[in-house]
Design a protein around this ligand. Structure first.
Ligand code: PEP
Ligand code: MN
Length: 327
């Protein structure tokens, strides 16, 4: 918002009154005289509340992502999965890659036992190396759907290219946009056009505003509701795979009031830190967790070092309050 002052008004007094209302402002001089920009993390006040003595005019600034803003305070729902609002902590878990019918069935059973609401696994995998396992593709979708249904779980899986979006949409309850795809605008359009709920991961080095605008792309194209997933950003320190940005989790949850998950698995890159980072994400306000789990991590075809085994998943459920929700 931009506030213009009356000529002759005392800018210092106006600024003090504005800060008392919870606004952080930047003072600027323009052709119309002195004014204040209201910084974006200030209190949310209606323009009428700012017409204090000395303020000549208030210009509300249009948001660049009005459709995202309209999701504020709403609960994300997709079948048995609810994220945000009054919903309990949402646990979404499963193997990085769907490797066989037996593996995903075993995974679904453990996810349900840990209090999970969604089975998350990759049929199509975005891999840094073209020599790494790329996923079983279409046939894994059917294995996963069957396993999710058998255990009353929502199914979340990623689409990595426009061509496979219709097939993914046919099977999945929620389409995942991976970190590497967050700014693939053609893919975002195709996923949006499928009209399904979307789990939107944050890009490896994406700013919050870029992330929100990626969500706006999906909504403009016609997507269902969107849940955000913070999975760690690139940092200078390779000690952990990525750096879980709990500040952005807190911003999304408490300032933007948008549904957000923390993904401690891709943030940590190692299973012994997953529970601690999951708890940190929840402490910052995340409405749930996305966690990688494998019935036999040592044999995993992707992301084995960060996968919890069954005992680890159950311990995470206990520690993060997800098992308490299943009566
Ligand atoms: C994944 O969820 O398995 C994955 C590839 O994650 P990201 O897109 O966050 O790297
Ligand atoms: Mn993974």
């Amino acid at each position: 918002m931009w506030l213009e002052l009356d000529r002759g008004a005392d800018p210092g007094r106006v600024q003090r009154e504005l800060s008392a209302l919870g606004l952080w402002v930047t003072r600027c001089s323009g052709p119309q005289g002195i004014g204040f920009w209201v910084q974006k993390h200030s209190a949310h006040l209606e323009p009428e509340a700012l017409q204090i003595e000395g303020v000549r005019a208030v210009f509300p600034q249009a948001s660049p992502h009005p459709r995202v803003d309209a999701l504020a305070g709403l609960t994300f729902r997709a079948g048995p999965l609810s994220i945000g609002g009054e919903a309990p902590v949402a646990l979404c878990a499963g193997p990085c890659s769907v490797e066989s019918r037996g593996q995903i069935e075993e995974a679904a059973a453990a996810v349900a036992e840990a209090g999970g609401r969604a089975l998350r696994g990759g049929a199509y995998k975005p891999r840094t190396s073209p020599h790494a396992f790329q996923g079983h593709g279409a046939r894994a979708l059917g294995w996963m759907r069957d396993a999710a249904d058998r255990h009353g779980l929502a199914m979340i899986t990623e689409a990595v290219s426009e061509a496979e979006v219709p097939r993914v949409a046919e099977f999945a309850d929620v389409i995942q946009v991976g970190a590497r795809s967050m700014q693939s605008y053609g893919l975002l359009r195709a996923i949006g056009e499928a009209g399904k709920p979307v789990l939107l991961k944050r890009g490896l080095a994406a700013q919050l505003e870029e992330w929100l605008l990626a969500a706006e792309h999906l909504l403009v194209a016609g997507s269902g509701p969107i849940a955000f997933c913070e999975r760690g950003v690139r940092s200078f320190d390779p000690s952990t795979r990525n750096l879980l940005d709990v500040g952005v989790v807190a911003l999304l949850a408490s300032v933007y009031r948008l549904p957000v998950l923390a993904d401690p698995s891709h943030a940590a890159g190692r299973r012994d830190l997953v529970v601690a980072l999951g708890r940190a994400g929840l402490a910052a306000g995340a409405h749930g967790l996305l966690v990688e789990f494998h019935p036999d991590p040592a044999s995993a075809l992707s992301d084995g070092p960060q996968a919890l085994d069954r005992a680890g998943l159950l311990a995470l459920g206990q520690s993060c309050g997800t098992t308490l929700e299943v009566a």
